[in-house]
Design a binder for this molecule. Structure first.
Ligand code: NAP
Length: 285
């Protein structure tokens, strides 16, 4: 393999160490640690995995973590009241609503109801707007994790050809603004690009390639530009294996640096949730 592997676990460990130190200082100054509250409406297997990872990450950096599970039958009004209560609870620094919520519940409304001052996932419109303005300290965790991976390469993004495949609100869109803020020449590809058959053309000129689609192997190894930095956000189950969106074997022969799935972006995402929590705590009186 020619490419250098960007190891998300190593980066997450370094970031967690820094967060732990900051939490310790904040705790000694303010007499309490930041507190992250996760709200889960009904219980389901997929969010159980995330909740476990969040608790582990919080424990490792000294952040207080509380999981509030409410019954599946909780009404929209009751869920809104719960979030309202947490917004007004001074002991709570940050709130995350676990997905998915039960069918029929308006998840977007609930997320937007979380106060921007307690928005652990950085998904409140006010916090997303700050990214547009280039004045942000918190942001959507996956996009922030990608930026950490890019930073670890020490590459200067100024003027570089950056191509993002996927324009979701949690990854591609915020990332496009984060890269623009660094003066990368940023192209965002989406379903329209794919349907037009224009994906290979864009990918082939990418010096920085970030893929967040959710389709195994959609990016072929021989499309990768020699010396590119490739960040694969995709998580796909193929048989009993988890793979990314990029054909790793071929891509790693051409890229300068590349992430693996698992072991790349996903390893850092929960750490970003912890960092958002600390940043929110710092701005609260
Ligand atoms: P999403 O909301 O489904 O977005 C997928 C994006 O890919 C959409 O913008 C979609 O465009 C685009 N797309 C679909 N088919 C395409 C094609 N043939 N050509 C070009 N673009 C195409 O998914 P997401 O939440 O962003 O997640 C994307 C992947 O990242 C998933 O595998 C997910 O599991 C993974 N993920 C990983 C992490 C992590 O921590 N590692 C975190 C979040 C997500 P349209 O919207 O126009 O259809």
């Amino acid at each position: 393999m020619a490419a250098v592997l960007l190891d998300g676990k190593v980066i997450a460990k370094r970031l967690k160490e820094a967060i732990k130190q900051e939490v310790a200082v904040l705790k000694s100054k303010r007499g309490r640690a930041p507190k992250l509250v996760a709200v889960e409406v009904g219980q389901n297997a997929s969010s159980a995995v995330y909740v476990k990872a969040q608790k582990k990450a919080a424990d490792s950096v000294g952040i207080e973590y509380e999981l509030k599970v409410v019954p599946q039958e909780t009404s929209q009004d009751e869920a809104e009241n719960l979030i309202d209560g947490l917004n007004n609870d001074k002991s709570v620094s940050a709130i995350i609503l676990q997905m998915p919520v039960p069918r029929g519940m308006d998840a977007k409304k609930l997320v937007n109801l979380i106060s921007p001052e307690k928005d652990a996932e950085g998904m409140h419109p006010q916090n997303l707007g700050k990214i547009l303005l280039g004045r942000y300290r918190i942001g959507p965790c996956t996009a922030m994790a990608v930026m950490e991976l890019l930073e670890s390469t020490k590459v200067n993004l100024y003027g570089k050809e950056a191509v993002i495949v996927g324009h979701s609100e949690i990854v591609g869109k915020p990332l496009s603004l984060m890269l623009l803020n660094k003066f990368a020449t940023t192209t965002v590809c989406h379903i329209g690009t794919g349907e037009r058959g224009a994906l290979p053309g864009h990918v082939k000129r990418a010096e920085i390639l970030i893929v967040a689609v959710g389709k195994a192997g959609i990016i072929k190894g021989d499309w990768i530009k020699d010396g590119a930095i490739v960040i694969d956000v995709g998580i796909n189950k193929v048989g009993d294996k988890i793979v990314g969106d990029v054909e790793f074997a071929g891509a790693s022969q051409k890229a300068l640096c590349i992430t693996q799935v698992p072991g790349g972006v996903g390893s850092i995402t929960t750490t970003m949730l912890m960092r958002n929590t600390v940043e929110l705590f710092k701005t609260q009186r």
